[in-house]
Design a binder for this molecule. Structure first.
Ligand code: IPE
Ligand code: IPE
Ligand code: MG
Length: 230
């Protein structure tokens, strides 16, 4: 049971460095998504959460936002049959009320089509803000004020995970050289191993993911306890 989450960063800089518009980087970034989704199950990953669009990304120029939404729609159209063939269940996490109705319908169709797949749970975070989810969860918890601590924790966990029950993150990878979380999975990453790589997302592939997993498996996770005797 390994949950890997990836902040897929660096598309724009990758394209700019090549004298191309940022959108070109996003298109190439979609290829990297295909590569890592294909590679993940054989690396022992059973849940993969990919940060595709943050709630703060709405602040970008409308042309860039609309390219990203089109790419997302195109990904769903072209990849859903492949996901189904490869045993991948798709779940989209984040707000849906600000997405175009057509896109929401496509998301629901892809989720429905792949619902019974169990080889890999692929969670795409779109219009995602961990803080927003946390605030909503707290509001719900306050409304049910007689909750025991354990129930509160369960309620928070469920609210943070969107509609599913994804486990805590084991390994969080951020490409593109920055070392920050940018409002991603704040609750689920409590004990995540962190890996920051300078590789820009359009250059990231299955081999990079394999390297990341090897690094992760060499680490000792203690969860607050003392080191295991060797
Ligand atoms: C990640 O790449 C994709 C999204 C945030 C949607 P960026 O677009 O952030 O690329 P950089 O960080 O500007 O290079
Ligand atoms: C985080 O990347 C969001 C995604 C990768 C989808 P950003 O590029 O938006 O994050 P900041 O602005 O550098 O923190
Ligand atoms: Mg970025």
């Amino acid at each position: 049971m390994t949950h890997v989450a990836i902040i897929m960063d660096g598309n724009g800089r990758w394209a700019t460095a090549r004298g191309r518009p940022r959108e070109y980087g996003h298109r190439r970034g979609a290829e990297s998504v295909r590569h890592v989704v294909e590679a993940a199950p054989d690396l022992g990953i059973d849940t993969l959460t990919l940060y595709a669009f943050s709630s703060d990304n709405w602040k970008r120029p409308t042309t860039e936002v609309s390219v990203l939404m089109k790419l997302f729609s195109r990904y769903l159209r072209s990849e859903t049959p492949k996901l189904l063939n490869n045993g991948v269940r798709l779940q989209v996490v984040g707000r849906r009320d600000r997405l175009a109705p057509n896109l929401v319908r496509q998301i629901e169709a892809s989720e429905d089509a792949t619902r019974s797949q169990t080889r890999l749970l692929l969670r795409l975070a779109v219009d995602y803000s961990s803080r927003d989810l946390l605030l909503k969860a707290v509001r719900a918890a306050v409304a049910a004020s007689d909750l025991e601590r354990q129930d509160m924790s369960t309620l928070l966990g469920e609210a943070m995970h969107g509609d599913g029950s994804a486990p805590d993150v084991d390994l969080l990878i951020r490409t593109g050289g920055e070392r920050r979380l940018s409002d991603f999975l704040l609750w689920e990453c409590a004990y995540a191993e962190l890996l920051f790589t300078p590789v820009m997302w359009p250059d990231y592939d299955g081999a990079h993911l394999a390297e990341a997993l090897a690094d992760f498996r060499s680490r000792e996770r203690r969860f607050g306890e003392v080191a295991a005797a060797s």
